[in-house]
Design a protein around this ligand. Structure first.
Ligand SMILES: [Zn+2]
Length: 276
């Protein structure tokens, strides 16, 4: 069976080759994710390792070397993948994988062969270019490679399309709070976003209340911002407002200190209200 497909470089390939290429793409994506999820090494760690053992490379501990290579590979891959992933993020915190912009392709450094250190660095470069190939393969479906946006997680993963065979739809998707590796991380992140939003709304309401109250502050008295007694009284009124509006999730009461820390915001709002 012959398949003429533009996806595979425009050459007619037989069915087995076609399947093999697909399998290779799936495998490469998995390998890329695995390599990215290794904690990257400290800058220059591989160079220091090479320095330490250059004179007797046989002395280089194999397990340490293998780990250090994985860490180096991860930081190289991340230096391309992270900006690419971030280019799909919007200022409002949403994420649209379809909008990502590819960075320039990595180039393989030319080194003199036959040298232990050079061979080692070459192998890391080779793997970097090979695995990043997934990103540049137009049929590689790299857009479903995502990073968990829960700050304490940050795991790389392949996002399953929402509906079967609708990868194209999934790629056009916009994720309101970004992409998450699992439902529980999504819930944690959206709960924390909701809490922050609620806190900021409560705070704005209290500032509005304080600024409105200040409109009745006698004009012949000194600047209210220097009036400790008044600020004390204002804090009491704000606490009363918290009770009335049931804003206990923000805090149960505020003190003059709370007012002091928000003087510029309250004053700005007071001036806006007074100008109306
Ligand atoms: Zn996660």
């Amino acid at each position: 069976m012959e398949l003429d497909t533009d996806n595979l470089g425009g050459e007619a390939v037989n069915y087995e080759t076609f399947l093999a290429i697909l399998a290779e793409r799936v495998r490469a994506r998995g390998e890329l994710v695995e390599a990215l999820n290794v904690e990257p090494g400290a800058p220059g760690a591989l160079a220091r390792f090479i320095d330490n053992y250059e004179r007797s490379r046989e002395a280089a501990p194999a397990d340490e070397l293998s780990l250090i290579i994985k860490c180096e590979l991860s930081s190289k891959l991340r230096s391309y993948v992270d900006p690419w992933l971030s280019s799909g993020l919007s200022a409002d915190g949403s994420e649209s994988p379809g909008n990502r912009k590819l960075p320039a392709k990595p180039v393989q450094t030319k080194r003199t062969p036959g040298n232990w250190a050079n061979d080692l660095l070459d192998s890391v470069d080779y793997d970097t270019v090979r695995l990043l190939g997934v990103l540049y393969d137009p049929e590689g479906h790299a857009d479903n490679l995502c990073k968990c946006r829960l700050a304490k997680c940050g795991r790389y993963f392949l996002k399953t399309p929402l509906r079967r065979y609708s990868l194209a739809n999934a790629l056009r998707s916009r994720y309101q709070y970004g992409t998450f590796c699992c439902l529980s991380h999504q819930k944690l992140a959206s709960a924390s976003i909701a809490t922050k939003k609620q806190r900021s709304e409560s705070e704005s309401a209290l500032i509005e209340f304080a600024a409105t109250d200040l409109l009745s502050y006698p004009a012949n008295r000194r600047d209210w911002r220097q009036d400790a007694k008044y600020k004390e009284k204002l804090a009491g009124k704000i606490s009363g407002y918290i009770a009335k509006r049931n804003l206990y999730s923000y805090r149960t009461q505020v003190t003059a200190n709370w007012v002091n820390r928000r003087l510029p915001r309250i004053e700005q709002r007071r001036l806006e209200l007074a100008a109306k």
